[in-house]
Ligand binder design. Structure first.
Ligand code: LLP
Length: 408
């Protein structure tokens, strides 16, 4: 059997567009958005898509059409968001270690700035007194699928630590900065409702100490299942709890604040697939290796975090014969292995694999292409989207000449 993505055979996609290839299911992206919107019934909710997860211009346009705003972390992402048609007031900028030039870019473009350090607050205030800003707070708790992705707690570089809030307020006063929003993001890949709500509780508690808030931003980080045995987060329960919390906050605060949430992975993660072709098979005393024409330059998550991505043989899906294989990339590093279980390289049981079969690496829509590189001087893949039965190329495959740009 041939595996299909949104009713299109992966072998046809590989034939038409070549491999390696990123494929996105546009209908799935819309369903994810709907699920999230339906789960949080709070009327003044604004979902800001964290575009670091996937920054393809066409994906951003699709997400904008579905009514979301944008969470950005660099002036480049602000530039991209404006290009995609987001209005400045729909964009928020949560930079880290931001330069004066980046601040200037945001101020000129009327994009709300969320500041995460006392030093940078002072710097910003001295440059742009009398502005409206948001501040990012580190609530002293963190969570996430890997140490690299935990952004709260004492070991994290992010946010103004919760015990420095008075100092932040003093600096704001000194420059007549109006703190209109507070923000916290404790980490990424969270599948546990309670952790999320615990962090929200902390931030809401701090929020009471501010007089002029219009915005409470509870960050992103909603996880998706990567392992077969992972249970998806109970999004309805999460939404109901978030709604409850914000409504009781409002009662006490005597104001209907705007609630922001900044998911990246939840919107695009399970809507993306990386297709690669089998080019080699090899036995060693320990393993059966299968070599493909892609590597961690195209999907770094297994290499960077030991992340698990399910892999399917798209050309021989549901075959009777299975084999245990280690899927290896084509880069000149022995860590270039896609099959990871609990952070270690481990063979996966996959439908029998033949030369030129198309392997489908699942759940690659978030932090896939956006973290890709040209390591080993290899071109990055093309990207296509399938929506309502139509397949469209949304980024051309790089050419070697593209890689020479700036060096000639
Ligand atoms: N808001 C802020 C301030 C963030 O730092 C992040 C992610 C998000 C929102 C969106 O998080 P999400 O909903 O996508 O979990 N490269 C890693 C993830 C790094 C996330 C960084 N910040 C990975 O592949 O797992």
């Amino acid at each position: 059997m041939i595996y299909t993505i949104n009713n299109i055979k992966v072998t046809d996609l590989a034939k038409d567009f070549g491999t390696p290839l990123y494929v996105y299911d546009g209908n799935r992206i819309e369903e994810n958005i709907k699920d999230l919107k339906n789960s949080i019934s709070y009327p003044k909710l604004s979902i800001k898509y964290a575009c670091k997860a996937n920054s393809n211009l066409h994906i951003l346009k699709l997400i904008k059409e579905n009514g979301l705003g944008l969470d950005t972390v660099s002036y480049g992402e602000v530039f991209l968001g404006l290009k995609a048609g987001f209005a400045p007031e729909e964009i928020i900028f949560t930079g880290d270690n931001t330069t004066e030039e980046e601040f200037e870019y945001c101020v000129k473009n009327n994009v709300m700035i969320n500041i995460g350090s006392i030093f940078q607050l002072d710097l910003f205030g001295s440059l742009y007194p009398n502005s409206k800003i948001m501040i990012r707070i580190n609530p002293d708790v963190g969570a996430g699928h890997h140490d690299h992705c935990i952004t709260g707690g004492p070991a994290s570089k992010f946010g103004i630590y919760i015990d420095q809030i008075d100092e932040a307020k003093k600096i704001a006063k000194k420059y007549n900065l109006k703190i209109v929003g507070i923000h916290s993001h404790i980490g990424s890949g969270i599948l546990d409702v309670d952790i999320f709500i615990e962090a929200m509780d902390i931030i809401l508690n701090e929020a009471k100490k501010f007089d002029d808030l219009d915005i409470i931003d509870i960050g992103g980080g909603i996880g998706i299942p990567y392992y077969e045995h992972d249970k998806p987060i109970d999004i309805k329960l999460l939404g109901a709890k978030i709604t409850n919390k914000i409504e009781s906050f409002n009662k006490e605060y005597k104001k209907e604040v705007n609630l922001y949430i900044e998911p990246g992975r939840y919107i695009v993660g399970n809507a993306g697939y990386l297709l690669a072709e089998v080019v080699n098979k090899k036995k060693t005393p320990l393993f059966n290796f299968v070599g493909i024409n892609s590597g961690f330059n195209h999907l770094i998550r297994p290499m960077a975090y030991g992340s698990h991505h399910r892999i399917i043989n798209g050309s021989n899906y549901n075959s009777e014969k299975k084999e245990f294989v280690m899927v290896a990339g084509n880069l000149c590093e022995s860590g270039d292995i896609f099959t990871k279980i609990n952070g270690e390289k481990e063979p996966y049981k996959i439908d029998e694999i033949r030369y030129k079969d198309i392997l489908v690496i699942m759940d690659a829509g978030a932090y896939g292409f956006s973290m890709s590189s040209n390591y080993n001087f290899r071109e990055r893949p093309a990207e296509v989207i399938i929506k309502d039965g139509i397949v469209r190329i949304i980024r051309k495959r790089e050419k070697l000449e593209d890689l020479l740009r700036g060096m000639e």
